[in-house]
Design a protein around this ligand. Sequence first.
Ligand SMILES: *Cc1c(COP(=O)(O)O)cnc(C)c1O
Ligand code: SF4
Length: 452
Amino acid sequence: MNSVLKFFRDPDLGSIEARRFTVFTERGLDRIDALSNVPEEMREEMRVVASVLPFRVNQYVIEDLIDWSRVPEDPIFQLTFPQRGMLDPESFERMAELHRSGAGRDQITALAWELRESLNPHPAGQREQNRALDSEGRTIAGLQHKYRDTVLFFPAQGQTCHSYCTFCFRWAQFVGDKALRMASNEAGQMHDYLRANPAVSDLLVTGGDPMVMKTRSLAEYLEPLLGSAYDHVQNLRIGTKALTFWPYRFVTDPDADDLLRLLERLVEAGKNVAIMAHYNHWRELDTPIARAAIRRLRETGATIRSQGPLLAHINDRAEDWARLWRDQVGAGIYPYYMFVERDTGARRYFEVPLARAWQIYREALQSVSGLARTARGPSMSAGPGKVEVQGVTEIHGERVFVLRFVQGRNPDWVQRPFFARFDPEATWLDQLRPAFGGERFFFEEEYPLTAS
Ligand SMILES: *Cc1c(COP(=O)(O)O)cnc(C)c1O
Ligand code: SF4
């Protein structure tokens, strides 16, 4: 990049220096200076895991977010750097052995593909079941339509992120197999689809991270939606983790101002622009540049909502969630969802039993102001819909989970309480069975939960 670096002056935060985006991937692991203090054995483990799961981290995360005096426990380190426990012991050992024996790239890649297949690369039947069809019944690439109101759009230029989360549920998109990608560079098809579907009120632009795109590309997708044919599309949501991984995107990057002006135009023309910010830990909001980015985004009239999964090793303590939500509300962000880690990728390392997830949610909620109690959860984004664990209770002597759909493949399922047998170990919907001797959950007539 040869753009001119500049300063951003904020009345409270002072002057913030622009920064060049520098990123490290698997092959650059050994060039990360900060890792030189980490024992060689751990570095070798990272290389092994990074040959299976995606790895990408940028200099801002390394220098400003990770507290290296607390590595390996540091939550941002766990969020971005591969750890041994992310693979099952047998897979890890097989890959480690290849590395030790000095095997070539081809062999490592072949084993990597084999191991990835065992990590459920396409959770919740995304590829088969959420298809959007054009007027001739053909699948439209890069669109997903699962819930009546909301269409997901995956722009091709936005299918990467400024860093990768180690627990990412879309990790399969990042490891280089074109067949795993669900992306489109066809603005026209997305626009056609929205015009043909007047029940759609929300467009959710997602990725990867659409904020890795140039403002110009983003504008090509979004600006046409100001036409009257799209009046029904009231809410333009943009899913992003750039407020964490690269807040410079909104402050000092060469087209940062253009981006803010674009959002402003959309708001002024009557759209509700919602930034769906992915957050996992309060430390992500703790730098001056992160604060400046939040403030500038809000000044455009866009709202910021936050969502993210509950994860062992990163944020499985009630006090961390309480602080996260409190700090978000203080910064003008609305807490929206606490997710349950999905059944894919490095899940074995991060999963937290549903019963404990609910305890953490409840304790965190109890200790914050009502303004911070807007996060729903813990919520599982499963095949039939988003299922929230409302709590654990006892009914006629049977201990049960109380559950509800907050989103359903069938809108009629939403907000109906239903019950599952209590299981202290269960981590996902498909491990639950109906309470009171029932054989199937009420929605299974339409959508069976085949064991996966
Ligand atoms: C979560 C989600 C949405 C949006 O749901 P809201 O509850 O409206 O935020 C849309 N589509 C899919 C596939 C989702 O997982
Ligand atoms: S920001 Fe989102 S899509 Fe990107 S790596 Fe993290 S979880 Fe995955």
